[in-house]
Design a protein. Structure first.
Lengths: 200, 202
């Protein structure tokens, strides 16, 4: 009977899987999808606050991996590469939303009584059964600027190393640490009510 | 001992355990005497804990099915694109077209070569061609006109015969240049001409 350590040894690494896929093994691609779909959706969801958009983005991520499998060179970790793709797509989606919001503002006339901006997408609370605490935290994350949001999610939610975050976000290690620090302090401000409650 | 401002720049490093023993001792010394900074550390740890324990969002059950469908449609599009390209190549009769093209080129080449050769031969021939308006004088010195002679390249000997005949019969040939003749008189024509000359002479 095989021990746990033997089983672990038999589990192919990400880099082995992508190499197998690059050599035409489609089953290796399936394994990559199974291994990464949930963590990438979680990352995208925390970034965008919308499950449907997150799934679309992660689907697009896997399609890009499928199309551009040969673009991956075994000099960086595969996880860094795939997280970078998802992160870039998520940032693009945020920019797109911003443009749409601006467009919807500019389209409002003076006589238009409907000044209230309606969300183009349903809020995350409508798609995911979040607890009130989770909802407050997600709102606080959403309110962070992109540069803080990305590092906080990667560090404190996805629990990646500073080095990996530095590679994904393409910023120096010192900047990652500084942003994580400032991001956490900003979240403290935004979640002061929650923190007060937790103190009680 | 470090200040509150200095400490705040190290909070995350301290919480993540990414500080040297010396700095750690300095921070802890500061925290022991600063309630505000202690509160910040506690809150930061709480926030970190909240974030870590946020409910993990998972892919919907249809995620992989949808992905497969998208991959299939993408592969089909690629296949259709390739098929279209192949079809467009296959539907065009490439081989016959190439054959016809080669044939046309060969034909043009042959025609060109023939034309070149013909013009060369003609020019050469014109340079060296005999004047076919042959004038032979009879004994009285009166010219005997001979109609233009159609010659062929095989008739050189025949023409030589005319020449020798003319000489043997004291006929002066003013225009027969046997060396330049590349044509021949046909036998019958030759005889006719000889008879004609004989008659005129008489």
């Amino acid at each position: 009977m095989k021990s746990e350590s033997d089983k672990e040894d038999l589990t192919p690494s990400d880099e082995e899987l992508i190499e197998r896929f690059q050599n035409g093994d489609l089953y290796a691609f399936d394994l990559i999808v199974k291994r990464y779909k949930d963590q990438l959706i979680n990352f995208a969801y925390r970034f965008l606050g919308d499950l449907e958009d997150s799934e679309d983005i992660v689907q697009e991520t896997f399609l890009r991996v499928f199309r551009k499998k040969d673009a991956y060179k075994n000099v960086a970790k595969f996880s860094t590469w795939i997280y970078t793709i998802t992160g870039n797509l998520a940032k693009t989606e945020l920019r797109r939303r911003k443009r749409r919001k601006l467009l919807s503002i500019s389209n409002l006339g003076y006589n238009n009584k409907d000044y209230e901006l309606r969300d183009l997408k349903k809020g995350p609370e409508e798609r995911v059964d979040l607890s009130i605490q989770d909802e407050m935290i997600q709102k606080a994350i959403n309110s962070l600027s992109k540069k803080f949001k990305e590092v906080i999610i990667l560090r404190d939610i996805q629990e990646l190393s500073y080095e990996e975050i530095s590679n994904i976000a393409k910023i120096p290690l010192g900047t990652v640490k500084s942003r994580v620090n400032r991001g956490r302090l900003k979240l403290q401000e935004k979640l002061s009510e929650l923190l007060k409650d937790s103190k009680k | 001992m470090i200040s509150c401002k200095e400490f705040q720049s190290f909070i995350s490093d301290y919480i993540d355990g990414d500080v040297s023993q010396f700095l750690k001792a300095e921070i802890e010394e500061h925290l022991a005497s600063c309630n505000d900074c202690s509160l910040i550390v506690k809150r930061t740890l709480t926030i970190k804990n909240y974030l870590k324990n946020l409910r993990k969002v998972q892919a919907s059950p249809r995620f992989e099915i949808l992905l497969r469908e998208r991959l299939k449609s993408e592969l089909n599009n690629v296949k259709k694109f390739n098929d279209k390209r192949l079809f467009s190549i296959n539907s065009f009769p490439v081989k016959p077209a190439i054959g016809a093209l080669v044939g046309v080129i060969a034909l043009i080449s042959v025609i060109t070569i023939i034309q070149n050769n013909t013009s060369k031969v003609e020019s050469k021939f014109n340079e060296k061609n005999i004047v076919s308006d042959k004038v032979i004088n009879n004994k009285a010195g009166q010219p005997i006109a001979i109609p233009p002679v159609k010659v062929t390249s095989q008739g050189l000997n025949n023409v030589n015969k005319i020449s020798s005949f003319s000489q043997s019969n004291n006929l002066k040939s003013s225009s027969i240049d046997s060396t330049g003749i590349k044509s021949s008189l046909e036998k019958n024509n030759l005889k006719d001409k000889v008879n004609y000359v004989k008659k005129k002479k008489d």
